[in-house]
Design a binder for this molecule. Structure first.
Ligand code: CMP
Length: 136
């Protein structure tokens, strides 16, 4: 049975500022993800606060929002079978130190904050996050 899904991926400021966005996009494509939509943007802090609202009670929330709005990011809608879980597997653990070999965060991540990529954590959140950036 087909299980075609879409997920939201963000290439974060640490990766874009090191000009890794094309290289990371190639990794997604080589793993069978179609990049359905993409844009390079810089968001303001209030927008980052809205995007990461689920984390608003966490001690790292303010730094996280300052960071996401600190420079250009690439936001993409990725499509493939099981896109949500497969993207999380390809990204690796949140903390690059714990990420498995061959994952994007292991290869490019600098720290738990500067971990190069974000990906939706569920189908439900993927819909919300895609709408957040690509509502038309
Ligand atoms: P991301 O997948 O974008 O979702 C929330 C982000 O918060 C996460 O990646 C990390 O970059 C960042 N973060 C910072 N500190 C922590 C922490 N202690 N636990 C989880 N995420 C954290």
């Amino acid at each position: 049975m087909s299980n075609l899904e879409r997920t939201l991926s963000i290439i974060k400021p640490d990766a874009v500022s090191r000009s890794l966005d094309n290289e990371i996009k190639e990794i997604f494509k080589s793993r069978g993800f179609l990049i359905i939509k993409e844009k390079k943007i810089q968001i303001e802090k209030p927008e980052a606060e809205k995007f990461y609202k689920v984390h608003e009670t966490k001690p790292f929330y303010d730094d996280l929002c300052t960071y996401l709005s600190s420079g250009p990011i690439v936001v993409m809608v990725l499509e493939k079978e099981n896109a949500v879980l497969d993207n999380r597997e390809l990204m690796g653990a949140t903390n690059p130190k714990d990420a498995a070999a061959g994952t994007i965060r292991k290869k490019y991540g600098i720290s738990i904050d500067k971990n190069s990529v974000h990906g939706s954590d569920s189908i439900e959140n993927a819909k919300i996050e895609i709408d957040f950036f690509f509502k038309d």
